[in-house]
Design a protein around this ligand. Structure first.
Ligand SMILES: Cc1cc2nc3c(=O)[nH]c(=O)nc-3n(C[C@H](O)[C@H](O)[C@H](O)COP(=O)(O)O)c2cc1C
Length: 164
């Protein structure tokens, strides 16, 4: 078990970009990191630690991220796991707790509740009629705080170094 898995579930790409920055930060500490769409993860068996993030839509995690959690619950319970979601947008950026199912699985596998990172919604990246409408409103913009994201990933890499 050599590698760290950073998996993501996205609709319009911003959560994938967050996952890539997290992976880059963890690689700085000489860890091998694989970044995968959650839909492409068959099993977390080959990985010694897992970071999983999903975009939030209508208060929910994307189905592929929830599926990954459900299908791998036993394996995840035996590895360090960090969860995050990206979503809050607009001037208020109200942080949102993960859906109850995700919080329950997190508790069972011994992971913290997901960290919340701001999201992105722009007319260039919005997918679907509702998203495009919303992208024309005051909710539009890129609210991802890269320093915050890098710091979170740095703390993970430190924990992984300590566990070596
Ligand atoms: C239709 C729609 C519903 C959304 N619902 C939520 C929500 O419930 N909570 C939240 O924090 N963000 C919500 N967002 C914001 C998205 O989570 C945000 O744009 C996120 O960065 C999208 O990630 P993605 O680019 O990886 O798909 C919503 C966005 C859209 C377009």
């Amino acid at each position: 078990m050599a590698e760290i898995l950073v998996a993501y579930a996205t609709k319009s790409g911003s959560t994938r970009e967050i996952a890539e920055v997290i992976a880059e930060q963890i690689r700085h500490a000489s860890h091998e990191v694989t970044v995968l769409d959650a839909a492409d993860v068959r099993s977390v068996e080959p990985y010694k630690a897992v970071v999983l993030g999903s975009a939030l839509y209508a208060g929910r995690w994307r189905r592929e991220a929830v599926k990954l959690l459900m299908r791998n619950e036993k394996l995840l319970a035996r590895r360090p796991v960090w969860l995050f979601h990206s979503g809050p947008i607009g001037p208020q950026q109200v942080p949102q707790r993960a859906p109850r199912k995700v919080r329950e699985i997190a508790a069972r596998i011994g992971a913290d509740e997901p960290a919340t990172f701001g999201g992105r919604l722009t007319s260039e990246t919005a997918v679907g009629f509702i998203a495009k409408k919303m992208a024309g409103s005051s909710l539009a913009g890129d609210f991802r705080d890269w320093d915050d994201i890098r710091l979170w990933a740095y703390l993970i890499s430190e924990r992984l170094v300590a566990a070596r």
